[in-house]
Design a protein around this ligand. Structure first.
Ligand code: ASP
Length: 320
């Protein structure tokens, strides 16, 4: 693995290796000193052309817990707002010696361009490109599912029923999840109004449905997606109220899930729209845990891409 551009690029073994490594690294978060020396002297650049709260902070925390130097670059207030291109920005960062570039960009494919045009020598990690992909979100979601559902079978997600609901059309999270969960043997159903399913979804490794109610009893996981108003240039549904009524998760719907089932959301949530406040704060919702797990998963990705050794991962921080 040289870059992490798409969840679909990961083989089953690679994906499981990341999840297993994250499992070991998760314990670092509960130590008084949350740091390992593994990436000391390496430089990680957070290159964010689009707004982000949790993903940027999560990558920053992950890199710092592995002792890397972190440079945060956000397009606002930089020369990008003066018209500097992705290429020139990347070349500047390269000149500063970036070992890894974590990129979020409004255009689908931007991280691929960065990696394939070799504008940077470092490992490129896609932190969300347009409506295309967000592979580390899918990895942290799979990690969270495995921790909750692993006891039901051999510790994996084989045969589990995952229902992903809502604005699939604008969701890079849905695509990355569909690809990764398929690799891990889970069974994915996308539920959305017909207007919010992308053209070509028939080629995704999923089933689709327009009827959320019919999915409740058979779902092991329900993942609610944010209605991405900022990407909508047309009316995709009659009203917010109508959307919530048919595709929102409220307590009555949630109570029909099997007892072991969990509720997920990648954040940020529109409370009252795709998810009610009661459900968001309910014990079976694992939304805050997803954020915690995100740091461990991103540590694992950085560690595996930038090459630490197994000894360094498990040590207590005294040796390198
Ligand atoms: N935070 C996720 C993303 O960046 C999901 C969302 O924005 O709704 O894609």
């Amino acid at each position: 693995m040289t870059h992490l551009l798409s969840a679909g690029d990961l083989s089953r073994d690679e994906a499981v290796r990341i999840l297993d490594t994250a499992e070991e690294l998760l314990s670092v978060a509960s130590r008084p000193i949350k740091k390992l020396p593994t990436l000391r002297g390496r430089t990680v650049v957070n290159l964010f052309f689009e707004d982000s709260t949790r993903t940027r902070i999560s990558f920053e925390a992950a890199a710092k817990r592995l002792s890397a130097d972190v440079i945060n670059f956000s397009a606002k207030g930089s020369s990008v707002s003066k018209g500097e291109s992705l290429k020139d920005t990347a070349l500047t960062l390269q000149a500063m010696g970036a070992d890894a570039v974590i990129v979020r960009h409004q255009n689908s494919g931007a991280p691929h361009r960065l990696a394939h045009a070799k504008w940077t020598q470092g490992a490129v990690i896609n932190a969300g490109d347009g409506t295309h992909e967000h592979p580390t979100q899918a990895l942290l979601d799979a990690f969270t599912m495995r921790r909750h559902l692993g006891h039901l079978n051999d510790g994996g997600l084989e045969g589990r029923n995952i229902t992903i609901v809502g604005d699939v059309l604008h969701s890079r999270v849905a695509r990355s999840n569909a690809l990764l969960l398929d690799t891990l043997g889970a069974h994915v159903t996308l539920v959305a109004p017909p207007t919010l399913l992308p053209v070509g979804v028939d080629r995704w490794p999923v089933e689709t449905s327009y009827d959320l109610d019919s999915m409740m009893e058979k779902s092991d996981v329900v993942m609610m997606l944010r209605v991405q108003q900022e990407r909508m240039n047309a009316a995709f549904f009659p009203s917010a109220r109508e959307y919530s009524r048919r595709y929102g998760l409220d307590t009555a719907r949630m109570n029909r899930l099997p007892e072991h089932a969990i509720v997920m959301h990648p954040g940020p949530m529109n409370r009252g729209m795709e998810i009610s406040a009661d459900v968001a704060d309910h014990a079976r919702s694992v939304i805050v845990e997803q954020v915690t797990n995100g740091v461990a998963v991103r540590m694992a990705v950085l560690y595996l891409l930038l090459g630490g050794s197994a000894e360094e991962t498990t040590d207590e921080g005294e040796t390198e």
